[in-house]
Design a protein around this ligand. Sequence first.
Ligand SMILES: C[S@@+](CC[C@H](N)C(=O)[O-])C[C@H]1O[C@@H](n2cnc3c(N)ncnc32)[C@H](O)[C@@H]1O
Length: 188
Amino acid sequence: MPIYAKSVGPNKKKVDGHPFDFHPTPENWSRVIFRHETFKGNILEPCNGNGAMSRVIAVNCPDNPLVCSDIEPYRMLPGAPPSMIRDAFEWGREDGIENIITNPPYGILNMLLVHFMNITQRKLVLLLKTVSLEGVGRGEFYKLYPPTKVIVISNRMRGSQFGHSFIIWDTTKRRHPGRTELVWDTAK
Ligand SMILES: C[S@@+](CC[C@H](N)C(=O)[O-])C[C@H]1O[C@@H](n2cnc3c(N)ncnc32)[C@H](O)[C@@H]1O
């Protein structure tokens, strides 16, 4: 059984009515990250959906080898890079993943955070609800692994009840000694 289903219970595969928490990221939201960050080495999009975000990664990082996977097969958007079917928890350190960029399924965020921190060798970038910075348990995680940067996206995705931020960790340093940089941008 896929770990996603396990983590939320056998009959609760749907989050907000979407199987596997499938919410493709609008292009202008994905583009924000590339105005602030550059990437060295390979990139994994491990929760790729229909390629909405990986399409933007491919355009902005043409020289970085890009691998995409998702636990479910989806009909890919035109121009999306090829994607394989794989549970994100099956990726390991032995796969030599340098960077991860994704908008993950929020229903299993805590488990994914720990896993991605363990397997990413350079930079971990997640598009999350801004309120995901809250929470007692997650607070302990953030204290242990402070992000290097948080990019607050000031406008709301259409139909969304909450705002989003890109959260970035430099995983070469694990516990980076400096303070978290907080910046604002607008998806456009
Ligand atoms: C919020 S959607 C985002 C899709 C894509 N990253 C984007 O930004 O357009 C989350 C995706 O995570 C996938 N997913 C859920 N559980 C997963 C797991 N255990 N391993 C890999 N992908 C998973 C879902 O199928 C869905 O496509």
